[in-house]
Every structure is written in structure tokens, then in C-alpha cells.
Design a protein around this ligand. Sequence first.
Ligand code: OAD
Length: 235
Amino acid sequence: MKKYLVVLTGAGMSAESGLAVFRGSNGLWSGYRIDDVATPEGWERDPQKVLDFYNARRRELLQVKPNDGHKGLASLESDFDVCIVTQNVDNLHEQAGSHRVIHLHGELMKVRSTCDENLIYEVTPEHMDTRIGDVCEKGSQLRPHIVWFGEAVPLIEAAIEEVEKADIFVVIGTSLNVYPAAGLLRYVRKGVPVYLIDPNPVNDMSGRVTHVIQKGASEGVKELSRILRGGNDSK
Ligand code: OAD
């Protein structure tokens, strides 16, 4: 039976594809206020600004491609059962060929109704922009299918279930600043190896990380694959 590999990814996973991370001097949050574009209050105050922000993110996404890190994780499916739990709203894991992806913070290429959260629509490259006045079938304004700060994370329970079953756990490209995603590490069973791939030091409050690969996503996943395929996963 294949071992179960669960991977938690963050913005650093897509950095080498050309998408900005959030924190740090060149991060998205140095150019935008979280409060303006990623909270329900921001949406109430100025929905146009919020729509503009996510319309711009969608345009960026259409310009980029999965990097070798995304592709490496997809190819690990030949030797492992793989589940990716991502904080990213891009679809680069899927584009690379990963089959099981849990999007904790929503999906950029989807929008949903403001009156019924179950009414979710795919955005097509031909009709990418959402505008004020675009409505769901019940007549309510459409909003980005994104989990904003202060909102519940509906898929966290599903993610916890997968993390609890992991034989190997990997964290890639997240500063582990945002909960509940960062708290997933606490659900890894004792004795399970936990790899962290990031070119920069990351503050792991859980103390669960057992192996640090201090590299970018592409090189880091290559090294991880070598280690895991060599059977050297410390289990
Ligand atoms: P951050 O911007 O907080 O962290 C990005 C991480 O990626 C940092 O640890 C970087 O060192 C690392 N990194 C940079 N370049 C990398 C590379 N080439 N390869 C691998 N790692 C690299 O982003 P997240 O932790 O994903 O939520 O942020 C979590 C959430 O906060 C996001 O999902 C978003 C944000 O606000 C919402 O918008 C709701």
C-alpha cells in the first residue's frame, strides 16, 4: 500500500511561477490593506475595490504556469497517495496534474452568491472580471469565492481529517502566520516525519517540524522526492 503524503502549501509554492507572496517587503500586503480587500467589512465599504483586486489577481494567474515544485508534487502521485491542502487560491496544483487539492482559502477562478454560499460559479478566461451588477440566479451580487479574514474556513475539518491520516507531512512556502491553516501541524500524528521547504527561516510554533529543506519550492520538492523515493523518510 502506498504511504499517505499530505502537503500544506502557501504562497511561496507559487512564487517561482511569478505570483507574489503576501508578507515581506515585496509582498501583496505591502501594496494593499488586508482590511480593504480581504475582509467582509472591506466588501461592505467598497465592493468595487474588492472586485478590482481579485479581477487583477485573476489576470495575473492567466499569465503564469505551474513551476517544477507543483509538477514534482503531482509526479509524487506515482509512488504515494497525495493530498494537497493549500492556502493558495490559484489553480496551479491542478494545472500541474495534482488530483486531490483542498483549497482552504477558496478559489480565484470561482465566484459565489452573496445570498447563498452554495451557489458557486466557475469563472472562464473569456469572462474573468466580476462587476457590480453581476448576480447569481437568485438575483444577488456575486463576490469572489475567497475566505476572507474574519470568515469561517469551511474546509478546515476536511483538512484536519486528512492530516490526521498522514504517514508523511510536508509544509511548503507558508510563513505559518495564518490560522487555522498553521494549526494543522498539531494534528500530525506523533512519529510522523514533517518536512518544511522554504528558502527562509519559518517560525514553527507547533515544534512538529523534523526536517528542514532550506530551498525554494522547485529545488526543495526535487530534494524531497529524492529523499522519499529513496525510502529515507525517517519512519
Ligand atoms: P506568506 O506571504 O505569509 O508566506 C510565504 C512564504 O513563502 C514565506 O515563508 C516565504 O519565505 C516563502 N517563500 C518565498 N519564496 C519561496 C520559494 N521560492 N519557494 C518556497 N517558499 C518561498 O504566505 P502564506 O503563508 O501563504 O490568505 O499566507 C497565508 C495566507 O495569508 C494566505 O492564504 C492569504 C494571506 O493573507 C488570505 O488572503 C485569506
